[in-house]
Design a protein around this ligand. Structure first.
Ligand code: NAD
Length: 286
């Protein structure tokens, strides 16, 4: 049976050290502040935003929540971001995706000052990730790297297979594994003979968005399997992209859903916000 990679445990220890750092910063008059913008009333987005706010409060980060109606125009949203960019009290800006269809996500993300881009979605952040010279790392892939580090899984020289090539998860995940000297293959909806590729993986990262998509026959004996998927099942329960019950008999380590990658994403957002606050303070001093 696979050992469980416990994202709740690891994320709690990260949040505790963030809380210590925030306490020390506050004692020096610096109050790390994260602005989260939610446009519209998508229920899933509202839950994600609430969880981010809760994590801020728990770690001592000041959360500023900006909720805008779904009729908000693109130019109104861009002006709001401009205002937050200029506000020196705001250290991180996060726009909850997806946005309503009439607003260009690309334009909105590009508007965020890269110094405050705690999601690491701007062109500048992505370019830095490609070069391996990060300031911010995208939260989900960064959280996965932290999990691998915590469980002492050395990526160097390993066959790493990522299923999914989204800009948010798959592509940056592949780059982080590559920067850690893994031998990386990215699979996607057009990949032929998927299970032949996945069976080569020492480390398999699954970000497809289809419940229980990866089954035991697609996994090499002893592989480390990281399940990024969050799928709501008809009974209301959450399921990952990996068929946990069958894969746990083959994998050596496996993340559960919930309680695996999800809590790490939020913990990394807190880390990025504190980093942004410290950097803003140091830049002011310089
Ligand atoms: P996405 O829809 O943008 O990308 C899905 C990817 O899966 C695509 O690149 C596509 O090519 C690939 N794919 C689809 N069908 C395939 C198939 N049959 N074979 C191989 N590849 C296939 O999704 P995303 O934003 O990358 O998210 C993926 C999952 O991760 C979703 O369930 C999402 O909810 C979840 N997610 C979780 C977190 C977290 O914090 N845990 C964060 C982000 C996303």
């Amino acid at each position: 049976m696979a050992k469980i990679i416990d994202g709740k445990l690891v994320s709690a220890s990260i949040r505790a050290s963030v809380a210590d750092e925030v306490k020390a910063l506050r004692e020096n008059g610096i109050c790390p502040t994260l602005a989260v913008i939610l446009v519209g009333d998508d229920p899933a987005s509202a839950v994600y935003v609430r969880n981010k706010q809760k994590a801020c409060i728990e770690t001592g980060i000041e959360p500023i929540q900006i909720t805008l109606p779904k009729e908000t125009t693109e130019s109104e949203l861009l002006s709001k971001i401009d205002e937050l960019n200029r506000d020196s009290k705001i250290h991180g800006i996060l726009v909850q995706l997806p946005l309503p269809e009439h607003i260009s996500e690309e334009k909105v993300i590009s508007k965020i000052n890269p110094e405050k881009d705690v999601d690491a979605f701007t062109h500048e952040s992505v370019g830095r990730i490609v070069e391996g010279k990060y300031s911010f790392l995208p939260c989900t892939p960064a959280g996965i790297m932290k999990l691998l580090e915590y469980y002492e899984i050395d990526v160097a020289g390993k066959e790493c297979v990522v299923i999914g090539r989204s800009n948010i998860v798959g592509k940056p995940m592949a780059l982080l594994l590559l920067n850690a000297s893994g031998t990386v293959t990215v699979c996607h909806s057009k990949t032929k003979n998927l299970s032949e590729v996945t069976k080569r993986a020492d480390i398999l990262i699954v970000a497809v968005g289809k419940a229980k998509f990866v089954t035991a026959d697609m996994v090499k004996e002893g592989a480390v399997v990281v399940d990024v998927g969050i799928n709501r099942m008809p009974d209301g329960k959450l399921a990952g992209d990996v068929d946990f019950d069958s894969v746990s008999s083959v994998a050596s380590l496996l993340t559960p859903v919930p309680g695996g990658v999800g809590p790490m994403t939020i913990a990394m957002l807190m880390c990025n916000t504190v980093f942004a606050a410290k950097r803003a303070h140091n830049n002011k001093k310089a």
